[in-house]
Design a protein around this ligand. Sequence first.
Ligand code: C2E
Ligand code: MG
Ligand code: MG
Ligand code: MG
Length: 289
Amino acid sequence: QAKSAGRNTLRFFDPLMQAEINARTRLEAELHQALEQGEFSLYYQPQIHHGQPCRSVEALLRWHSPQHGLMLPAAFIALAEQSNLILAIDHWVLQQACIQLAEWAKNPATAGLSIAVNVSARQFHQADFVSRVSALLRESGANPTLLKLEITESLLLMKLRDAACKMNSLRAMGITFALDDFGTGYSSLSYLKQLPLDQVKIDRSFVRDVLENSNDAAICKAVIALGQSLGLAVIAEGVETSGQYDFMVAQGCLAVQGFLFSKAMPASQLPGWLSQAQPHGMAENAAAG
Ligand code: C2E
Ligand code: MG
Ligand code: MG
Ligand code: MG
């Protein structure tokens, strides 16, 4: 709102706005502290491949704040992204995911499980992003073929060449790529063709009403068909009901992620979840989540 008023507008002191600035400044300080005090953790949401045992998870950041309790990324990622704080946070996330991969590799119950990590634009556009990732892989001993990076369309805006170049270097190490939240950004189908992607993720906003809204159904079908014709895997996020799941499977989208099967959970709970999960990704074991 302040922005729309324009730069040269004379403003009176606004206590509400000042309160908001104070709150943001405080949150930023708390986030710095969170990194130092080890208040962040990664939760893992299983990805379900129809008819197969679970073999991949998405890492989702959680903040155990002494002041606010369990905080979801929506409450703090946007603020962190406005400063270099996101670089430190995302570096920690990637490091933690690599360490987790190496640890899971040692346990027969979790060996071979891959992790998808969300990458922010600022992190990806760092000049030394490729060497940072390779250093984290080396230091942890993680298998690069089990690391997937989730990027978004907005990250690709403008710097398409640079992005493709970085992606190719990372791919040469064995890392794979998913295009997250597909359809919500400034989509250009040419991205899909120009970039070395492995997977597109249908955004939750199209999945939510897929059974009731024929536009959403058409979008989901189109993305699935597009993925198939370009040789990209397609995964639907935010599947909450067996009706939505049946729709996806019927359309040929055999990979899904959503509360129907499981929410994201701490790493410690994952072996237990894996051992009781049905290999067919059936809905019966999901309702508890
Ligand atoms: P995303 O990458 O699209 O992640 C999917 C989000 O949808 C997660 O929310 C997940 O918990 C939620 N979700 C999954 N299945 C369902 C479902 O069936 N129903 C509903 N209602 N929600 C579902 P979360 O963990 O709150 O993360 C939100 C966003 O924050 C992520 O969206 C991602 O953009 C960002 N994020 C999460 N972790 C990280 C991180 O480590 N680094 C960065 N840079 N961003 C992150
Ligand atoms: Mg994601
Ligand atoms: Mg997503
Ligand atoms: Mg999304």
